[in-house]
Design a protein around this ligand. Structure first.
Ligand SMILES: NC(=O)c1ccc[n+]([C@@H]2O[C@H](COP(=O)([O-])OP(=O)(O)OC[C@H]3O[C@@H](n4cnc5c(N)ncnc54)[C@H](O)[C@@H]3O)[C@@H](O)[C@H]2O)c1
Length: 391
């Protein structure tokens, strides 16, 4: 049997937990999660203790012990940590957002009022440094965009490729009632608000599907050409009435955005994301093609409908992410990790590393995503004027 691929997880909270579960479901490729490191000693020790792995006190020490570094840390750390890992000859997994702009390091930096032209330029320079480091190392760069792997999107990929269809319009949304992470809401850690934190998911899925369409028909990816966008800070409006159900503690980010993308072939996509949606995560994407139409439901999926007359009856049962209440009718997720595409994502990443081939979600898709995200911020700064996406 081949030697196990040794993985080190960086970060020890929300994303690190589902990455751990993802590795446990990989089959056919031996994988060993060797250990974890994180900024907070308490969280890395708790994570390691609960899973029987080693807690490493430094990034470099963990890096030396593994083949793959898996970055489950805030976006602001992705470039420095990824470049460091590539320079030490490791494969790297990077959570979303791939990278971005996190400020000049001054105390008074506020992302919502800072020049978006500078942000776009710097975010693309950051992409180039990561891609350059991966190339120089000759190692795989895995961009952890789970929507590319979600079974609903994967089935649409198959329909599209086998039917030779042309996508005319895509509409997609990822929204909920607000992130749990203390880093979220502060641009210098997150690199943006709803657009970067949530909109990136349906956006990357849309970019991926248009790539697949072009590659299936003409062996050439259809890439995004221009974008128009609006962002708003609804929970910070003077007129906003807080009923206590939505998170409101944002520092300098938007909590609503809409983005209209035009591809090089003139077809379009619309992406929405916000922190304003009650009732659990709202993750879906619809494809309107010239020969079919597909509604991809990621969450809720609708596999189960449960009626629960009293909250406490389901107190020990997980229902869905950010559901808020379990009373009344709900759609419990039979396997949320599966419908989000996490097992499929880690399967492809481990297979790509074992076979030394690029993963389905890799550097080119990650770079296009960042280019659209920050071009969208520039458009929003110009109140929706169209911005060409730097190629
Ligand atoms: N794909 C998805 O569905 C999904 C879901 C949630 C989060 N994420 C992404 O995962 C990443 C982590 O998010 P999270 O929700 O787990 O955040 P979190 O705040 O819950 O955890 C962040 C972890 O990173 C550690 N950390 C911070 N800076 C570090 C550094 N310089 N070196 C080492 N460790 C450091 C912290 O100690 C903590 O353990 C983010 O990029 C986020 O966007 C993706």
């Amino acid at each position: 049997m081949a030697e196990a691929i040794k993985v080190g997880i960086v970060g020890a909270r929300f994303a690190a937990r589902f990455h751990w579960e993802g590795y446990r479901r990989v089959f056919g490729v031996p994988v060993e999660v060797v250990g974890v490191t994180a900024k907070s000693a308490e969280s890395r020790q708790a994570f390691a203790r609960e899973r029987g792995v080693k807690a490493f006190t430094s990034f470099d020490e963990l890096c030396d012990a593994v083949d793959v570094m898996d970055l489950c840390t805030p976006g602001s750390t992705h470039e420095p940590l990824a470049v460091r890992a590539f320079q030490r000859g490791k494969h790297v997994l990077i959570e979303k957002p791939f990278t971005g702009y996190y400020g000049p390091g001054t105390e008074d930096f506020r992302g919502n009022t800072f020049s978006k032209e500078v942000m776009l330029r710097e975010a693309l320079a950051s992409c180039a440094r990561i891609l350059g480091a991966a190339d120089a190392a000759g190692k795989q760069l895995c961009y952890a965009e789970n929507w590319v792997y979600a079974p609903a999107i994967a089935k649409e990929r198959e329909i599209l490729a086998k039917s030779g269809g042309q996508i005319l319009w895509i509409i997609g949304d990822e929204s909920h009632s607000g992130s749990h992470s203390p880093y979220y809401g502060i641009w210098k850690f997150s690199g943006g608000g709803s657009l970067v934190g949530k909109g990136c998911h349906p956006l990357t899925a849309a970019l991926h599907l248009k790539r697949v369409e072009g590659e299936a028909r003409d062996r050439k990816a259809i890439r995004p050409a221009a974008v128009s966008a609006r962002t708003h800070e609804i929970t910070r409006l003077g007129t906003f009435r807080d009923s206590g159900f939505l998170r409101t503690t944002y520092h300098d980010i938007e909590d609503y955005c809409q983005v209209h993308i035009t591809f090089v072939d003139g077809t379009v996509a619309d992406v929405f994301s916000s922190e304003l949606v009650l009732g659990g995560v709202h993750n879906w994407l619809e494809v309107f093609a010239n020969n079919h139409r597909t509604r991809c439901n990621l969450n809720p999926l609708g596999a189960l409908e449960t009626y629960n007359p009293r909250e406490d009856i389901l107190k020990d049962v997980y229902v869905t992410e950010k559901i808020g209440t379990k009373q009344g009718w709900s759609h419990p997720a039979p396997d949320e990790d599966w419908q989000h595409g996490y097992p499929h994502e880690f399967q492809d990443f481990m297979e790509s590393i074992a076979a030394n081939r690029p993963p389905l979600s890799g550097g080119a898709l990650a770079r296009d995503t960042v280019a659209v995200l920050y071009s969208a911020y520039l458009s929003a700064e110009r109140r929706g004027a169209e911005v060409g996406i730097p190629q």
